[in-house]
Design a protein around this ligand. Structure first.
Ligand code: HAM
Length: 425
């Protein structure tokens, strides 16, 4: 048996109902907040991510699926979408039409991480990104928009964590202070010992117990923010308060990507074990410039789609979208041809149909009708052919009636409408 690769999984039809429902709702909400969809390639030049996310991040250092093309140029299966969005913004000079762009994109990402519950090598994200606006009100609005989606999905008990990671200017100063604090610490994990030199900020959110203990007295970034960053952060908090968003400030929230400036946030849950982040995001004012574009502020977030599904699949009742409105049973070649035609016509008219192709007995097919949860069975045999009628059995009520062949579609539409079933006019 050939199995899927480790960390890569199939999402089967019983699960896709929930995926579709979330996707539809997210699109609806994002569009109501002024976002438009962008679709991006899955494969990019490696430098998009190396330069965009940062050379010393875990993602770029060890998690990318990269390979060389026939000319030896490195290409990478995207590990995230933000750098690609910035690349597209620059490539298509989207700023020349309107510097302010509100974009969303949904799709698979790839990271070579050790697979576990809530962590896959191919996973899906719902991204929303805004380019060209540098207002703390927007930072708050993105968190409001995320909360709106979670609320509409009936998810409670999520924690919203925020922090400010400063700007180029104050980060430099803080890095110096942090580095001198770290200099004297020698009991850090292997990763953090390496990061001491290259990326000290990342040590702050290391999950290793020993590192966490040792960093208990680390200097706090909030004490080193410059005036502009301080104002931005306090304005963000005010806007969140206006919308009565509950949040916690965690000065250790650094996030794993180097492009963040000022606002960083995460939505966390207790329900997924170690993989607690359902969504994460933040401001990235230098990213577009760093990838060769004009100076452009940016902010966005990504929801971990797989994790969101895991949280809610136990909570929301999945509608059984697959059960047919009408199941066609016919006996003999002539009746089968008629069933074939009427059935197609009904599908085209927006009614969910299922056509039986076999020659099984009535008893066996009634069993099947129950198994697939058909609302009605249309039966066509010798008698029906002679009288140009369809015998229609209401499976819920057990009643059987005869309907004129030409009235069948109208009859079904009225009936499904009356019972509030899936047909909508
Ligand atoms: P991230 O924190 O790396 O941020 O990923 C965002 C979310 O994707 C995580 O909170 C998590 O829910 C989900 N996720 C990440 N890795 C995996 C995995 N291996 N398996 C399952 N789910 C995963 C970013 O990607 C940034 N681009 C977010 C952003 C957008 N920042 C600004 N704009």
């Amino acid at each position: 048996m050939i199995q899927a690769l480790r960390g890569f999984r199939d999402i089967l039809p019983d699960e896709t109902d929930i995926w579709q429902k979330i996707e539809k709702l997210a699109k609806e909400i994002f569009e109501n907040f002024g976002f438009r969809e962008i679709r991006l390639p899955i494969l990019e030049k490696t430098e998009v991510f190396a330069r965009g996310i940062g050379d010393t991040t875990d993602i770029v250092e060890k998690e990318m699926f990269s390979f060389q093309d026939s000319k030896g140029r490195s290409q990478t299966m995207r590990p995230e979408a933000t750098a690609s969005i910035a690349r597209a913004y620059i490539q298509h000079k989207m700023y020349s039409r309107s510097p302010e762009q509100k974009l969303y994109t949904i799709g698979p990402m790839f990271r070579k991480e050790r697979p576990q519950k809530g962590r896959y090598r191919q996973f899906y994200q719902i991204n929303a990104e805004v380019l060209g606006i540098d207002s703390p009100a927007l930072d708050a609005q993105l968190i409001v928009m995320l909360q709106e989606l979670f609320t509409k999905l009936g998810i409670k008990n999520l924690n919203t964590i925020i922090n400010s990671l400063g700007c180029k200017k104050c980060r430099k100063e803080y890095n110096l202070v942090l580095s001198s604090f770290l200099k004297d610490l020698d009991s850090l994990c292997g990763d953090c010992t390496r990061r001491k030199e290259k990326n000290p900020l990342r040590i702050l959110d290391c999950k290793n117990e020993l590192c966490r203990e040792n960093l208990g007295n680390a200097p706090l970034f909030e004490n080193y923010l410059c005036d502009d960053c301080k104002t931005h952060f306090s304005n963000l908090k005010e806007f969140l308060d206006i919308e009565k968003i509950n949040y916690k400030i965690d000065s250790r929230l650094v996030r794993g990507l180097d492009y963040y400036t000022r606002t960083a946030f995460e939505i966390q849950t207790d329900e997924l074990g170690a993989q607690s982040a359902v969504a994460g995001g933040g401001r990235y004012n230098g990213l577009v410039e760093n990838l060769g574009g004009p100076e452009t502020p940016g902010i966005g977030f990504a929801i971990g789609f797989d994790r969101l599904v895991e949280i809610i699949s136990s909570k929301i009742k999945s509608e059984n979208k697959s059960s047919p409105d009408i199941f066609f049973i016919s006996f003999g070649k002539k009746a089968k041809t008629k069933a074939f035609k009427i059935c197609n016509e009904m599908s085209r008219a927006g009614i969910k149909t299922e056509l039986e192709f076999s020659e099984k007995s009535m008893k066996a097919l009634m069993k099947k009708a129950n198994r697939i949860n058909a609302k009605f069975c249309a039966i066509i045999g010798e008698n029906e052919l002679e009288k140009n009628i369809i015998s229609l059995k209401d499976m819920d009520q057990g009643k059987q009636m005869e309907v004129n062949e030409k009235d069948l579609i109208l009859y079904m539409k009225q009936n499904l409408k009356a019972t509030g079933e899936s047909y909508s006019v």
